[in-house]
Structure formats: structure tokens, C-alpha cells
Design a protein around this ligand. Structure first.
Ligand code: DX5
Ligand code: ZN
Length: 216
């Protein structure tokens, strides 16, 4: 699978969100990574349903929504209805995993499962054939601009190996946190095919160049 780049809009200028999103999509991004934080599951608050709904009207990009919230099963449908194309939620959250996957799938949207740096990769194996994407966090969720945690590389390799063994050639393996040209290359080598990058892409002087370096 060709490497896809999903810029995290957490690093965009929220006063000019639609323009910033257009800028990264025009520069070669494949989708938009939308980080939703509730101040409880993670110690930060970012954006919610009204922003996704408004942005949907302003952009036809693929919306890769990363829920960092408690009780994701209660909100998954609302995010699908607001315009998400893919909804990912944390395995560590307090919702039933299969129930939440089924809610997203029933909306006709893609489902993803996310694990934090401290959660072993084997915990997602039972769901690999139930989801479209596995997101391996390479920082503790909550903030952009943190340093990449190398533990993610081995976890990606294990999940990639398991997916191969199971014949899941279309599974997307995404990595999120501290991704730049170097760390992105390490993750791609290990089997990641979707790279999330916030500060690296939005902070770049030449956004198209930054995105093409992630894919190169
Ligand atoms: C962190 C978020 C990330 C974050 C990535 O909780 O899930 O998507 O915005 O930002 P960078 O690429 O700057 O580490
Ligand atoms: Zn994210």
C-alpha cells in the first residue's frame, strides 16, 4: 500500500481552519487527521462536533477522526453524521470495543482502533479483522509537538506481521505523534502506511516538500 499522509489539524490555525486544511490538501495530503479531546480521557480539550460539521461543508477531504474521549460509543454516530469518513477510538477507553466498531460500521463509515504507547500490540489482534485501521500512538495522546517514542516502531512491526499472517493486506496501520522525515521513515519500514503529522507539516516552510518527504 502506498504511504498516505494525514496532517493533524491540531497544529493548524483554528481562526483560519478551512484555509489551512485546503493548503495541506492542495500540497499533497491524502486526508485530514482531526483530533477530538474531551479534557477527561486526555488532559486537553481541542474541538468537537460543530467544528467537524462546519469543516465538512468547507472541505471534501477524507476526514480521519481520532477520538480521545471517554465513552466513545455514545458519540461515534454523531461524529459519523457530522462528516467523519473514518472514526478511531481508544482501546483504553471505557466503551465496549465491538459495540463501538459496530456503531461506526452501521453508519457506513470506516472504523479504527487506537492504542497508547504503554498498551501492548497484542491487545488489538482480536480486532484486526474487524477494523479498517489500527492507530499506534507514538506519544502520549493529548498534545501536538511531542517527541517520538521509539517503542512504537516495534509495535507497528508486530501488528504488521500479525496482519500479514491473517491475510489482511488492506489494513491501514497509522502512526501518530512526533512524526517527521526521520521517524516517519522508521515507521514506514516497520509497516506503517498512514503517517499522521501535525507540527512537522503545518510548521513547514514548504508544506508540499514536507509531505513528499514523508512519502518518499
Ligand atoms: C496527539 C494527537 C496528534 C498530534 C500530533 O494526541 O493525537 O495527532 O496532533 O502532533 P505532532 O505531529 O506535532 O506530534
Ligand atoms: Zn491524533
Amino acid at each position: 500500500m502506498k504511504t498516505k499522509v494525514s496532517p493533524s489539524i491540531l497544529s493548524a490555525d483554528f481562526a483560519y481552519l478551512a484555509q489551512d486544511c485546503k493548503k495541506v490538501m492542495d500540497a499533497g495530503a491524502d486526508m485530514l487527521h482531526i483530533d477530538v479531546m474531551d479534557g477527561s480521557f486526555v488532559p486537553n480539550i481541542s474541538l468537537g462536533l460543530p467544528v467537524v460539521k462546519s469543516l465538512r461543508k468547507a472541505s471534501d477531504a477524507f476526514f480521519d477522526v481520532h477520538l480521545m474521549i471517554d465513552k466513545p460509543h455514545l458519540y461515534a454516530k454523531a461524529f459519523c453524521d457530522a462528516g467523519a469518513d473514518l472514526v478511531s477510538f481508544h482501546l483504553e477507553s471505557d466503551s465496549d470495543v465491538m459495540e463501538t466498531i459496530n456503531i461506526i460500521k452501521a453508519c457506513g463509515k470506516q472504523a479504527g482502533i487506537v492504542i497508547k504507547p504503554g498498551t501492548p500490540s497484542a491487545e488489538v489482534y482480536p480486532y484486526l479483522d474487524k477494523v479498517d485501521l489500527v492507530l499506534v500512538m507514538s506519544v502520549e495522546p493529548g498534545f501536538g509537538g511531542q517527541k517520538f517514542m521509539p517503542v512504537a516502531v516495534d509495535k507497528i512491526a508486530r501488528i504488521h506481521g500479525k496482519a500479514k499472517e491473517m491475510g489482511l493486506d488492506n489494513l491501514m496501520i497509522e502512526v501518530d505523534g512526533g512524526i517527521n522525515e526521520q521517524t516517519g521513515a522508521m515507521c514506514r519500514l516497520a509497516g506503517a502506511n498512514v503517517l499522521v503529522a501535525g507540527s512537522y507539516v503545518f510548521g513547514a516552510e514548504d508544506v508540499a516538500d514536507a509531505i513528499s518527504k514523508l512519502k518518499a
